[in-house]
Design a protein around this ligand. Structure first.
Ligand code: HEC
Ligand code: HEC
Length: 337
C-alpha cells in the first residue's frame, strides 16, 4: 500500500484527529481569553481622560496640603513603592490614629465598579472626596482645601488647562484625582506573557498552581477574569471578624461580614492581606482557604475545606506570585508653590 492510499483509507481518522486537537486548542484559547486585558480602561463620558487632567490629578494625589495636618496625601497610604498600599495591617490616618480596615491597592481600581471594601462608592469620582474630609483619614474641611488651592497660581493654571471654565471645586478635584487613578494599572506579569503565547514565561510550579486555582482550589469562582475579581461581596470565614462589611450598606443577611473580592494583580507587593490585614503572607492566605476558613457563621457556601497537598499549596502561591508585574514607572509631580 503506498502512502497516498494509506492516507485516504485513514482520512476519517485523520479528520477526527485534526478536529479533536482543534477543539482542544480553541477551547484553551477561549478559556484563557477571559484573562486578557480589556482594550481600554473604562472612563465615564463626563470625565474623559486628557494629559492635563491626569497631571493635575497626580499633583492632587501626592499633595499633603489637601489634608488638615498638611502631612498626609493620598499617596501616603496608597504608596507606589508599596504596591499603592501601605504595608500595614490596617491604615494609619490623621493624628496617627489606627483605622479599622487595611488600605487596598489602587492598582486597577479603574476597572472596579464599586469602590471600598464594602462597595459604598459607585465611582472613583464619588470616592475621591471621601478621604479628604474623613476625620480619620485626611481630616480636612473641603471648603478650606478649595480656598488653599485657589490661592496657588500653579493650581489655578492647572485646573483651567484640565477643566476650562469649570474652576476649582469639589467636582473638578474629584474628577482630576479619578483621571489620575485611571492611569494606575497593572503591567504585564509572567501570567500575561504566558497567555499571550510566551510558553516559557511561567515556571512549572506556577503552571501547576494555575490548575489548582481553576480546579481543586475553586479560587476562580470569585477571583475571575482579567482583574481576578467578580466584583462581588463574600464572607470567607475570617476569625474574629466584627466588621459588618457590605451588610452596613445593604441589609441582606448573606452580606454580614461580606467584603469585596479584591484583585489579585500585583498581590506579592501588597501584604498584609484581607480587609483587616490578618494574614502576613500568601502562604497564610492559602492555608486559610485550605482549611475552609475559621468562622462558620454566615460563611459563603463556596468556602469549604480543600484538602490540598503540600505541593499544591506551594504551587498555588507560585501562581499568585506570577500575577505580579514590574512596578509602574512613576515620576513624582512638581507641586505648585
Ligand atoms: C489614612 C490612609 C488613607 C489615605 C490618606 C487615603 N486612603 Fe484611600 N483607602 C484607605 C483605606 C483604609 C481604604 C479602605 C476603606 C474602606 O473600605 O472602608 C481606602 C480605599 C480607597 C479606594 C478604594 C479602592 C478599592 O479597590 O475599593 C480608593 C480608590 C482610594 N482609597 C483612593 C484614595 C484617594 C484618591 C485618596 C486621597 C484623596 C485616599 N485614598 C487617601 C486608606 C487611605
Ligand atoms: C467565595 C469567594 C472567594 C473564593 C472562592 C476565594 N476568594 Fe480569595 N477573597 C475573596 C474575598 C471576598 C476576599 C476579601 C475577604 C476579606 O477581606 O474579608 C478575598 C481575599 C483574598 C486574598 C487577599 C487579597 C488582598 O489584597 O488582601 C487572596 C490572596 C486571595 N483571596 C486568594 C484566593 C485563593 C488563592 C483562593 C482559592 C484557594 C481564593 N482566594 C478563593 C473571595 C474569595
Amino acid at each position: 500500500m503506498n502512502i497516498h492510499n494509506y492516507f485516504f483509507k485513514n482520512l476519517k481518522f485523520v479528520a477526527i484527529l485534526v478536529a479533536y486537537f482543534g477543539i482542544i486548542a480553541s477551547a484553551t484559547a477561549a478559556d484563557l481569553g477571559k484573562y486578557l486585558r480589556p482594550g481600554q480602561v473604562p472612563q465615564p463620558a463626563n470625565n474623559l481622560s486628557t494629559t492635563q487632567r491626569e497631571e493635575l490629578g497626580k499633583m492632587l494625589f501626592f499633595d499633603p496640603r489637601l489634608s488638615g495636618s498638611n502631612w498626609i496625601s493620598c499617596g501616603t497610604c496608597h504608596n507606589p513603592a508599596l504596591g499603592w498600599s501601605d504595608g500595614l495591617p490596617t491604615a494609619i490616618g490623621d493624628g496617627q490614629k489606627i483605622l479599622g480596615r487595611s488600605t487596598p491597592t489602587i492598582i486597577n481600581t479603574a476597572y472596579i465598579p464599586l469602590q471600598m471594601w464594602d462597595g459604598r462608592f459607585r465611582s472613583l469620582e464619588h470616592q475621591a472626596i471621601g478621604p479628604i474630609e474623613d476625620a480619620g483619614e485626611m481630616n480636612q474641611n473641603l471648603d478650606k482645601a478649595i480656598g488653599e488651592l485657589k490661592a496657588i497660581q500653579g493650581y489655578r493654571d492647572a485646573f483651567e488647562a484640565a477643566y476650562p471654565g469649570e474652576g476649582i471645586s469639589k467636582k473638578t478635584i474629584a474628577k482630576a484625582i479619578a483621571s489620575f487613578e485611571r492611569t494606575v494599572v497593572s503591567t504585564d506579569a509572567a501570567f500575561d506573557r504566558w497567555i499571550k503565547g510566551d510558553t516559557a514565561a511561567m515556571t512549572a510550579a506556577a503552571l501547576r498552581g494555575f490548575k489548582v486555582f481553576e480546579g481543586k482550589g475553586n479560587c476562580v469562582k470569585c477571583h475571575s477574569e482579567f482583574n481576578f475579581t467578580d466584583n462581588g461581596f463574600h464572607n470567607i470565614g475570617l476569625k474574629d471578624a466584627r466588621d459588618a462589611g457590605r451588610y452596613a450598606i445593604r441589609k441582606v443577611k448573606i452580606l454580614i461580614g461580606a467584603f469585596k473580592t479584591p484583585t489579585l494583580r500585583d498581590i506579592a507587593l501588597t501584604a498584609p492581606y484581607m480587609h483587616n490585614g490578618t494574614y502576613a503572607t500568601l502562604e497564610e492566605v492559602v492555608a486559610h482557604y485550605d482549611r475552609g476558613g475559621d468562622e462558620k457563621e454566615n460563611r459563603s457556601p463556596n468556602i469549604k475545606p480543600l484538602n490540598l497537598a503540600k505541593g499544591e499549596k506551594h504551587d498555588l502561591v507560585e501562581f499568585l506570585k506570577s500575577l505580579t508585574g514590574e512596578a509602574l514607572q512613576i515620576t513624582f509631580p512638581q507641586l505648585p508653590q
